[in-house]
Every structure is written in structure tokens, then in C-alpha cells.
Design a protein around this ligand. Structure first.
Ligand SMILES: [Cu+2]
Length: 309
């Protein structure tokens, strides 16, 4: 699950431009740094010879030079910047991203705007096709930042912001909430998986299917524990349990890369560890630890969740 989160590894044309801007600013800053250090060394080594007046240094080095350099960089950045959320033809893919304390609810909607697929902390996009991310927040201000795709975009409660992207490179990219939003802000990561269009279509189709009722033990027992413990008060497993959207939709939780918004790489053991000890792995998360469940119940639960592919 090693996924890059770096503004210098761009996977879209917009991110390319941001990466170029970063490099030019880094180069500019380095040049100025070297120049200033050079002057410092020269000043330390020369005996005091009051030839150049201090006024020339203050006016030249303190005002004219920075004004010139900063204006040049500003002009260049403005000129190359262009629209960072390019126009798209209507009718493309729309993905709703709803930030919550402290995870990301992801919904793929159909043409009428009704959600077809719900999942958490993972966005899949087809390479080469334009997609619109509709960014909103359920509670406080968050910020959507997947540096390989685009710059940061604030997510404001009661408002939807559109971010248009056109992924180019296949791969898995990491992103993170970039606006402090409380206790577990640091554990609010997400992954963006850019796939070939055909793979993406198959993935979306699979995610749209309801869960299959488990046919064998211990998964059958796991489902019984799930309902007996009222996990369905907060979670949905479409097709098998009551509907609730307080917590992440678990219909295909076994297919996801990570649990708890990047807290644990996903596996059967991680599912068990998460359910038994959420509050150790992510203190403050809006789910209680089920540490009083016996080992057999936890095993069955983890087995049930892991086979929800
Ligand atoms: Cu945050």
C-alpha cells in the first residue's frame, strides 16, 4: 500500500503545472540563498573597508532586489497558472466526496444524482476520462488534498465545491486532509486509484452489487455477531443489514486498501484489531472499541468482514 503523496509526482496535467511551479520556486529560493550566504562569507572574511555605503546595500539588496525577484516569480506563476480546475464537457463521471470527522465518505452517483455506490476513503478513477469531484463537508472545515491530482481545495459545511480532474497516469496516490479538523486530523488519509477505463468499469459494477449472504461458518456467525452487536446502527452492509450512514458503508470493505482512513493497511487481522481496539488505533474515532467480545466472536466478525469483497 505504498502510495506516493508528493506534489512533485504529478498524475494529471494540472498537477504537472503545479510541480513545475514548485521546482521553479525551489530553484529561485536556492539561488537567493546561495547569493546571500556568499555575501555573508565575503563580509565575514573582508576587513572592514567602508567603501560601499550601507544605504546602497539597504536600498539595493533590501528593496530593489527582492521586489524584482518576487515580481518576476509572481508574474511567471500567474502567467503559467491558468485554470486549475479545467472546464469539462457535461455528462462525465461525478464522484461525491463528503468529509467527516475523521474519514471520507465517497459516493458515485448516476445521472439523476442518486448514489449508486458508497464506500470510504478510496476513490477510483478511470485514466484519461474527465471526472468531477463534488467536495462537501458534514461537520467542520476540511481540505481535500491529493497532490498527484491537484492543489488543495477547502471542504466547507453546507457548500459543494467542484474539482475537475483528468487523471493520466495509472497508479495509487495518497491524499490527506489538509485543514486541521480536530483530534484525528492526522489520521484522515485517502487513496486515489487510477485504473484503465475497463478495469474501472468492472470495479464500479462490482461495488454496486449488494453483499452476498455468507454460506459457511465462521462468516455466518460473523454476520450474526454483526447484527447482535448493533454494528448496523452505524454501518450498512447492503443486502444484509439495516441501512445506516453514520459510519463507512461496509458492503465491500474487504476490497479496500486501508481501514480507518489510512490508519491500518487492510487485512483480516487488521479488521479484527480495528473492531477490538479502535480507540487504541485511532483514539477519539466515532466508533467504540468492542474489546469485550470474546476471541471467537471477533474472529468470526473479522472473517465475515474480510469476505465482503
Ligand atoms: Cu483534517
Amino acid at each position: 500500500m505504498s502510495a506516493l503523496q508528493s506534489a512533485l509526482h504529478a498524475a494529471t496535467p494540472v498537477a504537472d503545472r503545479l510541480a513545475t511551479v514548485s521546482w521553479v520556486l525551489i530553484a529561485g529560493a536556492t539561488l537567493v540563498f546561495v547569493l546571500v550566504m556568499g555575501l555573508l562569507v565575503a563580509a565575514l572574511r573582508s576587513r572592514r573597508t567602508a567603501k560601499a555605503s550601507p544605504r546602497a546595500w539597504v536600498l539595493g539588496g533590501g528593496i530593489a532586489f527582492p521586489a524584482l525577484v518576487l515580481s518576476a516569480l509572481l508574474g511567471w506563476v500567474t502567467w503559467t497558472g491558468g485554470p486549475l480546475s479545467p472546464e469539462h464537457p457535461p455528462g462525465g463521471l461525478v464522484v461525491q466526496v463528503n468529509a467527516r470527522n475523521w474519514w471520507w465518505e465517497i459516493r458515485y452517483v448516476d445521472a439523476s444524482g442518486a448514489p449508486r455506490v458508497r464506500l470510504a476513503n478510496e476513490i477510483h478513477l478511470p485514466a484519461g476520462r474527465p471526472a468531477t469531484l463534488s467536495l462537501g463537508s458534514e461537520d467542520v472545515i476540511h481540505s481535500f488534498w491529493v497532490p498527484a491530482l491537484a492543489g488543495k481545495v477547502d471542504m466547507l459545511p453546507g457548500r459543494v465545491t467542484q474539482l475537475r480532474v483528468q487523471p493520466r497516469d495509472l497508479g495509487t496516490w495518497r491524499g490527506q486532509c489538509a485543514e486541521f479538523c480536530g483530534e484525528q486530523h492526522a489520521r484522515m488519509a485517502l487513496h486515489v486509484v487510477v485504473q484503465e477505463a475497463a478495469d474501472f468499469d468492472a470495479w464500479l459494477q462490482g461495488q454496486g452489487q449488494p453483499a452476498q449472504a455468507p454460506l459457511a461458518e465462521p462468516a455466518k456467525r460473523g454476520l450474526r455477531v454483526f447484527t447482535a452487536q448493533r454494528c448496523d446502527a452505524c454501518h450498512s452492509v447492503r443486502g444484509l443489514t439495516a441501512e445506516s450512514t453514520f459510519g463507512p458503508d461496509l458492503t465491500h470493505v474487504g476490497s479496500r486498501l486501508a481501514l480507518g482512513a489510512g490508519t491500518l493497511p487492510n487485512s483480516e487481522a487488521a479488521l479484527r484489531a480495528w473492531v477490538a481496539g479502535v480507540q487504541q488505533h485511532k483514539p477519539g474515532a466515532r466508533m467504540p472499541s468492542f474489546h469485550t467480545l470474546d476471541a471467537e466472536a471477533l474472529d468470526a466478525l473479522a472473517h465475515f468482514l474480510w469476505q465482503l469483497k
